[in-house]
Design a protein around this ligand. Structure first.
Ligand SMILES: [Zn+2]
Ligand SMILES: [Zn+2]
Length: 142
C-alpha cells in the first residue's frame, strides 16, 4: 500500500471504530462478527447481527472491505461506532447471552414452558410474563 492509500484505509477503519494503530500492527487472523442481519434473497435472516465469522484475514485492506459490509472484529454493542449499530434503535433491541442482537420483545417468553406473553408494549409483555411465571411457582395449572 502506498502512503495515501494507507491513510485512506486508516481513516476508514477509524471511522468504523478500529483502534488507531490497527494498520501498523494488524493480526494475521481475526474473528469477525456481523453487525447487521444477513438475509437470503427471499428476505429470511440467515446470519443475525452478532453471528461470529471466525478466522478472517486481518489485513487492513481486507478489514476495511469487510467493515463496509458490516463485518467487524468485535461483537455488536450499544457503544459500537459502526453504521449499523449507530442506526439501530437500541430501545427495541437486546443482545442475548450468545451475543446475538434480537428484538427485545422476542426475549420476553417463559423459560419453563412455551408461553409467550401478549401485549402492546414491551412493558405490558413483561408484566404479563411476571404474572404467568408466578403461576409456575404456585403449582396451579397455567
Ligand atoms: Zn457495530
Ligand atoms: Zn410458563
Amino acid at each position: 500500500m502506498d502512503t495515501s492509500r494507507r491513510q485512506e484505509v486508516k481513516n476508514e477503519l477509524r471511522a468504523q471504530g478500529y483502534a488507531w494503530d490497527y494498520i501498523d500492527s494488524w493480526p494475521a487472523k481475526i474473528d469477525m462478527y456481523w453487525h447487521r442481519d444477513v438475509k437470503n434473497p427471499e428476505g429470511a435472516i440467515i446470519s443475525p447481527s452478532g453471528t461470529l465469522v471466525p478466522n478472517q484475514p486481518g489485513h487492513p485492506d481486507h478489514a476495511a472491505r469487510k467493515s463496509r459490509i458490516g463485518l467487524l472484529p468485535w461483537p455488536p454493542a450499544t457503544t459500537c461506532k459502526c453504521k449499523s449499530c449507530r442506526e439501530r434503535d437500541w430501545d427495541k433491541f437486546s443482545i442475548t447471552e450468545d451475543g446475538i442482537v434480537v428484538l427485545a420483545e422476542t426475549l420476553v417468553r417463559c423459560d419453563q414452558c412455551e408461553f409467550i406473553p401478549k401485549g402492546d408494549s414491551l412493558q405490558t409483555k413483561k408484566f404479563a410474563l411476571q404474572s404467568h411465571v408466578k403461576k409456575h411457582g404456585e403449582k396451579v395449572p397455567v
